[in-house]
Design a protein around this ligand. Structure first.
Ligand code: BMP
Length: 230
């Protein structure tokens, strides 16, 4: 995966008051052939339910990530993963701060058995990440390594954190970076710092022309990456 130059996941977070089904379907149709995956967040899932949403993606072969930021006892998180798997989801985001024993340990085992990619948050893109989460960055990275998670989330808004996470993780684990566009990071910066995927939401999903906005992000990613990776 690290050899792939440009990789984009679109975060689908419909604004309140929209018809969620139509909002998601139109974005899926406009973007599915030019991006590598979609991330479904709580706004979509709370309103519409993963059951209804997943029907729209039934023929999709890319990454389909449920961003529930799971943070519960392992047995409950495991049941969620089994539901998600049945509905065609192939990746799930969880918090590591619940700890290994009886928590992430169970979740990771269930993900492995179900063939669902586990993605653990090790640092977040908003400022408050420094208050609690970032104080445990090393521990969260070690946890991701211990359970051999498929990937981690680290912030595009702070490329120095991505560089640190990449150095600690080595080259095998995938880093997914949100914070591009609406939160201020520029396309390609996280990739240049060591991320494998950039996650972009509003800068694409709320644009007048969805496809043009996504192609614009991809073009900027390519320009940046060609400079920093040569
Ligand atoms: P946007 O590009 O519209 O800011 O969306 C970013 C997406 O990434 C949202 O779905 C958000 O839930 C997610 N995200 C984030 O912004 N920061 C994090 O640290 C972790 C996330 O999952």
């Amino acid at each position: 995966m690290r050899g792939v130059a440009v990789v984009l996941i679109v975060a689908l977070d419909p604004p309140a008051g929209t018809n969620v089904g139509e909002w998601i379907a139109s974005r899926y149709e406009a973007l599915k052939d030019i991006v590598q995956g979609f991330k479904l967040g709580l706004p979509a899932i709370v309103k519409h339910g993963i059951d209804s949403i997943s029907k729209c993606f039934s023929d999709y072969e890319g990454l389909l990530i449920a961003d529930l930021k799971l943070a519960d006892i392992g047995d409950v998180m495991a049941e969620v993963v089994k539901w998600l798997k049945n509905l065609g989801i192939n990746g799930v985001i969880a918090h590591g701060f619940v700890g290994y024993r009886g928590g992430v340990e169970v979740l990771a085992r269930t993900c492995r058995e179900a063939g669902v990619k586990l993605i653990l948050v090790v640092s977040m893109s908003h400022e408050g990440s420094a208050e609690f989460i970032d104080k445990h960055l090393d521990g969260l990275i070690e946890l991701a390594k211990a359970v051999d998670s498929w990937g981690v989330v680290a912030p595009a808004t702070r490329p120095n954190v991505i560089r640190y996470v990449r150095a600690r993780l080595g080259s095998d684990m995938v880093i997914l970076s949100p914070g591009v566009g609406a939160q201020g990071a520029e396309p390609g910066d996280a990739l240049c710092a060591g991320a494998d995927y950039e996650i972009v939401g509003r800068a694409i999903t709320r644009a007048e022309n969805l496809r043009e906005a996504a192609l614009n992000v991809i073009r900027q990613q390519k320009e940046k990456v060609s400079k920093c990776r040569g």
